[in-house]
Design a protein around this ligand. Structure first.
Ligand code: LLP
Length: 434
C-alpha cells in the first residue's frame, strides 16, 4: 500500500500534485512519501509483535538525510555499510549506538570510527576481518561487539546480482565453518561475541526461502546462545515489493483481487511465518529491511523531451537517464511508468522509454504501452524509492537528481540539484598542462 494515486486526472503523492513539484524543482526529481514510509515501518513493526525486535533500516537503499531522520523518529536503527553511512546517521541526528555495521571489506579507519561512535555490533564476514577488528579495538582499548554473518546456502530465487545466500556468493561464512569461527573469536582479547546474522538476498517475492534459511540455522543459533551467551539474531532484509502493478497496489482493493497464494509478501504474512520460529529463541531479533520500507514510497519524475518515431518502433526520450535510476540497465528491472496527467481520451501507443545517454542500455522500458504523451509532459517512474537516488551517478556530467519529501499537503526540497561548479569542485588541471 502507498500514497500515490490520481486525484481527478493528476497523479498525487499524498495531497500534493506531482506536476506542481516537477514545475517548481524541474526534473529528473525523486519524490518520497513520508506517510508511505511510516506506514511500511509501522506495519512491519506490528507484524513482529511477540518478539523483542529492532528494525535496522538498510540505509544503502535510500540514504537521504531527510529519510534517515524520518526513520529515526519512527524508532528505527540502521544497517550501515561504510564510514560515509556512519557519518550520514550522525548528520541526520540519529543513533549509531543501536545500529549495525555490515560489509566484507571494512577499512581500519571505518572500524575505528564505528568503535568511537559506539556501534551496536559489527557484522563480520571473515576471519581476517575479525583479526583486523581485534587489532583496531585493541588500539582503542575497547572490546568490539560482533556477530558473524552466516551464509546458509539457501536459494533466494531472485536476480543473480542481488542473491547473496548461496555458498558461491562472496558473503558470510559457511554454516559448517561457523562453530570454529565463534570459538576463535571468543579467544580474542578485544572481541565480544554478541550475536549472529544472515541475509540471503534482496527482492524476495516468496516467504519460503526466509523460512528455509531460519530453519536451517536455528539449532546453531540455540547452541551459540548456550555456549557464547549471544543476545541477538539478525535475520537480514530482502522482503520484495511490487513493481509490475505498482500504482494499483497502492489501493487495498487491488490486494483483495489477488489470489491468496499469489499475493506478494505482506509484512503480516512474513511475521506470521517467522515469529513462531524466532520467538522460542528468546533472543533480540534484528531485521534489516531496505527496499520494503522505501521502495514503493518514491517515484522519479521525468519530462518527455521528444517522441521519436523510428522504423517500426517509437522511442519516448525522457530527461531522466540510467545515471539517475540504474536499476533497469543493471538488473533488467521493471519500473511502471505513468503520466502525471492522465487523459483517457488519448490513444495508447507503444514505445521504448529511453534516456538521452549514448548507450543502448539507457532504456527504462522496452515496448511499453502508454497513453500518448508529447514534449514537455511529465511521467513518473514508480517504485523508485529504493536503490534509486542512492545509486545515482554523474555519468555524462549530469547532475545528481533532486529529491523532495512530501508530508500530507506539504513538500520540501531535501536534496537540491547540483550545480556544475559543485560537480567539478574537486577537479583541477595539473601544472604540466597549464
Ligand atoms: N542487509 C544486508 C546485509 C544487505 O546486503 C542488504 C542489501 C540488505 C540488508 C537490504 O536488503 P533489502 O531489504 O533492501 O532487499 N541495488 C539492488 C539491491 C542490492 C541489495 C544489497 N544488499 C537493487 O536495486 O535491486
Amino acid at each position: 500500500m502507498h500514497h500515490f494515486r490520481y486525484v481527478g486526472q493528476n497523479l498525487h503523492c499524498e495531497s500534493v500534485d506531482l506536476a506542481e513539484v516537477a514545475r517548481l524543482y524541474g526534473t529528473p526529481t525523486y519524490v518520497y512519501s513520508a506517510a508511505t514510509m511510516a506506514d511500511n515501518y509501522t506495519r512491519l513493526a506490528g507484524s513482529l509483535a511477540g518478539l523483542d525486535a529492532q528494525i535496522c533500516f538498510a540505509m544503502k537503499a535510500n540514504s537521504s538525510l531527510a529519510v534517515l531522520r524520518h526513520f529515526a523518529r519512527l524508532g528505527a536503527a540502521f544497517d550501515l555499510v561504510s564510514g560515509g553511512e556512519i557519518r550520514r546517521v550522525l548528520a541526520a541526528g540519529a543513533d549509531v549506538r543501536r545500529s549495525v555495521f555490515a560489509g566484507i571489506g571494512k577499512t581500519e579507519g571505518e572500524l575505528r570510527l564505528a568503535l568511537e561512535q559506539g556501534i551496536f555490533s559489527f557484522h563480520v564476514e571473515s576471519e581476517p576481518e575479525l583479526a583486523r577488528l581485534n587489532h583496531v579495538a585493541g588500539q582503542l582499548g575497547v572490546k568490539a561487539p560482533v556477530a558473524f554473518r552466516i551464509n546458509p546456502d539457501v536459494d533466494a530465487h531472485t536476480h543473480a546480482k542481488i542473491t547473496t545466500g548461496k555458498s558461491y556468493n562472496k558473503f558470510g561464512i559457511p554454516l559448517a565453518a561457523a562453530a570454529a569461527a565463534y570459538a576463535a573469536a571468543a579467544k580474542l582479547p578485544h572481541i565480544q561475541v554478541k550475536g549472529v546474522q544472515m541475509h540471503i538476498g534482496s527482492q524476495l517475492t516468496s516467504i519460503a526461502p526466509f523460512v528455509e534459511a531460519v530453519t536451517k540455522v536455528v539449532t546453531f543459533v540455540e547452541a551459540l546462545k548456550r555456549d557464547h551467551g549471544i543476545s541477538y539474531f539478525s535475520i537480514g532484509g530482502g522482503i520484495g515489493i511490487i513493481y509490475q502493478d505498482a500504482l494499483a497496489s497502492g489501493q487495498s482493493a487491488w490486494w483483495e483481487t489477488q489470489p491468496t497464494d499469489r499475493r506478494p509478501i505482506t509484512p503480516e504474512a512474513y511475521g506470521a511465518a517467522l515469529v513462531p520460529l524466532l520467538r522460542p529463541l528468546g533472543l533480540k531479533i534484528l531485521l534489516e529491511p531496505g527496499r520494503f520500507l522505501v521502495g514503493n514510497a518514491g517515484v522519479l519524475l521525468t519530462r518527455v523531451e521528444h517522441l521519436k518515431r523510428g522504423a517500426g518502433k517509437n522511442f519516448l526520450i525522457v530527461d531522466a537517464a540510467m545515471n539517475d535510476l540504474v536499476r533497469p540497465a543493471m538488473y533488467d528491472a521493471y519500473h511502471e511508468i505513468v503520466p502525471l496527467h492522465r487523459d483517457t481520451t488519448r490513444r495508447a501507443f507503444t514505445a521504448d522509454v529511453v534516456g538521452p545517454i549514448c548507450e543502448s542500455g539507457d532504456c527504462f522500458a522496452h515496448d511499453r504501452q502508454l497513453q500518448e504523451v508529447g514534449e514537455g509532459e511529465y511521467l513518473a517512474l514508480m517504485s523508485a524509492g529504493a536503490y534509486g537516488a542512492a545509486m545515482a551517478s554523474r555519468y555524462n556530467t549530469r547532475a545528481l537528481p533532486a529529491e523532495v519529501l512530501v508530508n500530507g499537503g506539504a513538500f520540501e526540497l531535501v536534496h537540491a540539484r547540483e550545480t556544475f561548479e559543485q560537480m567539478t569542485a574537486n577537479e583541477k588541471i595539473p601544472a604540466f598542462l597549464k
